[in-house]
Design a protein around this ligand. Structure first.
Ligand code: TYC
Length: 114
């Protein structure tokens, strides 16, 4: 019976075949996942407060902040930025704390990017 060496050209690696790992010469570097930060619409938070939040915590200029606020108002939500997990968590916490302290129900959340 013929033995086919797995490292030979023309012998494709099979899923779950240990030899495919042993013959790999280099490993791909994984980029850390990125997270979208989203702002959600509600009926009570004043438009100018949302614009201020977007300027203050996301470094947007007034025109950009106004446009995103209007998108959220009309469509229900919008992505306001894409960040590392740690930065996204910090932004969400800052926005939620600022909104709570001003007694507005504004919601901010994060979602892993595909
Ligand atoms: N819908 C709010 C209003 O009419 C405005 C608003 C916009 C609230 C965006 C939240 O994320 C938001 N006052």
């Amino acid at each position: 019976m013929a033995i086919t060496p797995h490292f030979m050209a023309g012998s494709p690696d099979q899923p779950g075949d240990d030899t495919s790992i042993l013959t790999k010469t280099h490993t791909r570097t994984q980029r850390p996942p990125l997270y979208k930060v989203l702002i959600l619409n509600d009926d009570y938070t004043p438009m100018e407060f949302v614009v201020h939040v977007l300027e203050r915590f996301f470094g947007l200029d007034h025109a950009q902040a106004f446009q995103i606020m209007l998108t959220v108002h009309k469509k229900g939500l919008a992505v306001v930025g894409v960040f590392s997990h740690e930065v996204a968590e910090t932004k969400v916490a800052q926005v939620m704390d600022f909104a709570r302290r001003h007694q507005h129900p504004l919601q901010c959340t994060m979602e892993k990017e595909e």
